[in-house]
Design a protein around this ligand. Structure first.
Ligand code: IPE
Ligand code: IPE
Ligand code: MG
Length: 246
């Protein structure tokens, strides 16, 4: 039986988030420059997006560039930004063909102009698509997002005194970049690293975590299937006990 047919279509994660890691090590293992790994990571993105769209996953969030990644050597950061622009252009057809809607989270205004311009064009081009929502996390970090939410709340309530009792989870989520996006059901990290690296820390409070040794450029839809099959074996109790679940 092939992997795909082992997936229970009735119990799909609505939202899968991925920390795409291991590009540099993949390239190094092949005796190449780190950027060679990033370039090959695009193939993994394409296959995962197509695989997720075909399955009927509603949201796929990919961590593509963290606020901490600015601390890498300038040459690598520049190469990543150029690759981002090239990828936006080369993958436009893939997104349109697969009915994918593009969204972003992160400080998009803090990206080079050319990147944000190209991104916004693609967001507009795909805004009417009704299939998978692909969320790119760019210049993103969860702590930035949370601090930003606090600033937004204060800005919005500048002239009115805020009723402290009205602050609950739902209220706060309305100020996060992920407002209108459900929390991830499944979080995948590749490359055998077991950490969160400032990704969606509010939203993954109850996500199922899946770690794989596979380096991101080797990741294909079959690896996504494996993660989903593993997810479907989990019992999500949300604080309750087994007997309370139906
Ligand atoms: C992930 O791969 C891509 C980005 C963070 C942009 P890395 O570049 O982190 O690759 P490793 O972890 O050094 O192998
Ligand atoms: C996390 O990967 C960020 C992205 C995948 C974009 P890193 O490779 O930057 O994470 P750390 O620094 O090793 O934790
Ligand atoms: Mg890494």
């Amino acid at each position: 039986m092939d992997l795909k047919s082992k997936i229970d279509i009735e119990n799909l994660p609505k939202h899968i988030a991925v920390i795409m890691d291991g590009n540099g090590r993949w390239a190094k293992k092949k005796g190449n420059q780190r950027i060679f790994g990033h370039k090959n990571g695009v193939k993994a993105v394409r296959d995962s997006v197509e695989g997720a769209a075909e399955l009927g996953i509603q949201f796929l969030t990919l961590y593509a560039f963290s606020t901490e990644n600015w601390n890498r050597p300038k040459q690598e950061v520049d190469a990543l930004m150029s690759l981002l622009i090239a990828t936006i252009n080369s993958e436009t057809d893939t997104l349109l063909k697969n009915n994918v809607r593009l969204l972003t989270i992160g400080n998009i205004d803090g990206l080079p102009k050319k990147v944000s311009k190209n991104l916004n064009e693609l967001i507009n081009k795909t805004s009417q698509n009704t299939g998978l929502s692909l969320v790119l996390a760019l210049n993103y970090s969860a702590r930035w997002e949370i601090i930003n939410a606090v600033k937004e709340i204060i800005k919005e309530n500048n002239n009115t005194s805020i009723d402290i009792n009205s602050i609950d989870n739902e209220f706060f989520e309305g100020f996060l970049n992920t407002k209108n996006i459900p929390d991830p059901d499944l979080l995948i990290r590749t490359s055998g690293e077991y950490r969160i690296s400032n990704f969606l820390i509010w939203q993954i409070a109850y996500s199922e975590l899946y770690f794989t040794e596979t380096l991101w450029p080797d990741f294909r839809r079959e690896n996504l299937y494996e993660a989903i099959i593993d997810y479907q074996k989990r019992e999500r109790r949300f604080g309750k006990i087994s007997e309370q679940l139906n």
